[in-house]
Design a protein around this ligand. Structure first.
Ligand SMILES: Nc1nc2c(ncn2[C@@H]2O[C@H](COP(=O)(O)OP(=O)(O)OP(=O)(O)O)[C@@H](O)[C@H]2O)c(=O)[nH]1
Length: 570
């Protein structure tokens, strides 16, 4: 029994349990994974919305800074009457403001006179700032951020489109994505004296806005027409500047309904393509701008690698797998223990059956149980009882058969076969010890007459009585046997002389003399006895019986009712 039922049952139950928990685990993993992905997508949308609002807020903050500068008394004064000292003060103010706002490329005060001549201009130059000398100041009246701003009412902000800045003479920001925000400066009569302009580093501003986002997030920006302005792949940005527009709705088909105005936000998964190094989840929102601007609105987008979105799900999957395996192992041990417990009475039954098979005491059986095991134990006990009874009757039959094989049924004396054995034994003993043995062959005289005269029952009664008398007349160590019919043999164990045998023969003849009572009458019987002795009349059972038989016939021939010895020549 290599693997018992307990192990097989435990393995089966554990396999079923593990399969069930694996299916449950896989199902819950699938659901949790899609929930996690969905929740990550919602979070990404929320982060994109926050970023969009930050853009708008940042632009409003720039507008407030412009308002501060445009309403500064020195600005109005120096525009009316250019003053080098005031210009220097304003340059300091511009520099201070640029220090506080790292995304400002430059701040300028431009006069409405002299074709929009720059009056004060501070440029960022690496980590420091430069106040552009008077000789390098330029006329900017032909730029729309000057001409259009001069037309605006007080405290109104002009916001240019986001473009690549091709202006000449810039210390920083040349050929970089930028936009200009400007505000007119009016005198007391409402006449426009000039404009204050902030040149904004668009990439820098978005980099600042996105500083607290995770490192693997990627930022996207498109203008109101969908032209891509910020993209990890720079070849896709400002396509219109190179004469070939690259539109958001063409790059990411899912954003079409956003650009057409059907929805305000979209979230979708994007496979590796279009400058993206790995599959991502992308969210785009439409961000209307509060400031009056040529753009009107912007499209802000964020991309998060799908792998980081799924990271949580993978962790969850690993946890589920470990749980399934761990609990499966525990389940296996538990079921193994339970199976052994359940099968213990079965093993007791097996042990009992083995003991029974070896003929030993079977010991305890779980007879008191009310379940199938108890039923089996009771059946086993009943079977054991029946087998015991059958064995008993078999033994009795065997005994009976043995009796029939060795004894005469009528007189219960040993039969011819048993006599043969006893005679062989007596001869062997006599040979070994140098002793003697005598065979007395007895045949009743005229027995036929009793049968004929009194009936067969009377004959039987005579045979039984003769047997009894013969037995009582010899020693317990001697054998009295019936050969059949009215023939008996008495085997005398170790008479020393023929005289002893003759004495016993006479005793036997005498014991038959008294009448045998039968049905109110008396039956009389006599016998003739032939005697042979070992070793003088024969050395085998056959020889001794034949010699005694012949001696008995001699007696019969000589008138019956006596005994005679076998002849030595025999
Ligand atoms: N009742 C009875 N009779 C038996 C049994 N066996 C044999 N007999 C009878 O015993 C008689 C034996 O007769 P025999 O030995 O031939 O002759 P006998 O009448 O004894 O005469 P002798 O031997 O010459 O003295 C026969 O009639 C048998 O039928 C038995 O078991 N019961």
């Amino acid at each position: 029994m290599k693997y018992g039922i307990a192990v097989k049952l435990a393995l089966l139950l554990a396999a079923v349990g593990i399969c069930a928990s694996a299916v449950t685990g896989a199902y819950s993993y699938g659901i949790s994974r899609s929930l996690l992905v969905e929740s990550s997508q919602q979070s990404l949308v929320a982060a994109t919305q926050v970023l969009g609002r930050r853009v708008d807020t940042s632009l409003e903050e720039i507008a407030r800074n412009l308002q501060v500068l445009a309403s500064h008394p020195s600005v109005r004064r120096t525009l009316r009457q250019p003053d080098a000292r005031l210009n220097a003060q304003l340059a300091e103010l511009f520099e201070l403001m640029m220090r506080a706002n790292p995304a400002y490329f430059q701040i300028r005060l431009i006069s409405a006179e002299s074709f929009g001549l720059e009056q004060v201009r501070v440029d960022r130059l690496g980590p420091s700032f430069i106040t552009v000398p008077e000789a390098d100041l330029q006329e900017k009246g032909h730029f729309s951020y000057v001409s259009e701003t001069l037309q605006l009412p007080s405290d109104t902000v002009y916001m240019s489109r986001i473009t690549i800045n091709h202006e000449r003479g810039l210390y920083t920001g040349a050929e970089r994505p930028s936009m200009q925000l400007a505000m007119p400066v009016h005198d007391g009569d409402g006449k426009a004296l000039g404009v204050v302009v902030i040149n904004l580093d668009v990439d820098g501003m978005f980099a600042l806005l996105a500083t607290d986002l995770p490192l693997d997030f990627r930022l996207f920006l498109a203008n109101g027409q969908g032209d891509i302005l910020i993209h990890p792949d720079h070849s896709k940005t400002f396509g219109f500047d190179r004469g070939r527009r690259v539109l958001l709705q063409d790059e990411f088909a899912a954003t079409r309904k956003l650009v057409t105005g059907a929805v305000n936000q979209v979230v979708f998964q994007q496979p590796t393509s279009d400058g993206l190094l790995q599959p991502v989840v992308m969210a785009f929102v439409r961000q209307p701008l509060k400031l009056r601007s040529e753009e009107g609105q912007l499209y802000v987008g964020l991309a998060q690698p799908l792998s980081s979105v799924r990271e949580g799900a993978q962790h969850l999957g690993l946890l589920i797998m470990i749980s399934v395996l761990g609990f499966g192992l525990l389940g296996l041990l538990g079921t193994l223990f339970l199976a052994r417990l359940v099968l213990r009475p079965l093993r007791q039954l097996i042990a009992a059956a083995n003991l029974f098979g070896r003929g030993q005491e079977i010991g305890y059986l779980p007879l008191e149980r009310q379940d199938e095991i108890g039923e089996l134990a009771r059946s086993f006990q009943q079977m054991q009882r029946q087998i015991g009874e059958q064995l008993g009757s078999l033994q009795a039959s065997q005994e009976q058969l043995k009796q029939m094989a060795q004894y005469d049924a009528l007189t219960e004396l040993p039969n011819r076969r048993m006599l043969q054995d006893r005679l062989d034994l007596a001869i062997a003993r006599a040979k070994r010890h140098g002793g003697c043995a005598a065979v007395l062959f007895i045949d009743l005289d005229n027995f036929k007459d009793i049968n004929d005269g009194w009936g067969h029952d009377a004959g039987d009664a005579v045979l039984v009585a003769v047997a009894q008398r013969l037995r009582l007349s010899v020693r317990g160590t001697d054998t009295v046997a019936r050969l059949g019919g009215d023939e008996f043999v008495v085997l005398l164990d170790g008479p020393d002389t023929e005289r002893d045998s003759a004495l016993i023969a006479g005793k036997l003849i005498d014991c038959l003399a008294p009448g045998i009572p039968f049905q109110g009458g008396t039956l009389r019987v006599a016998a003739s006895i032939g005697i042979s002795m070992f070793p003088q009349h024969g050395v085998t059972a056959q020889q001794l019986l034949m010699a005694a038989d012949r001696a008995m016939y001699s007696v019969k021939a000589n008138g019956r009712g006596g005994f005679g010895f076998a002849l030595l020549q025999d």
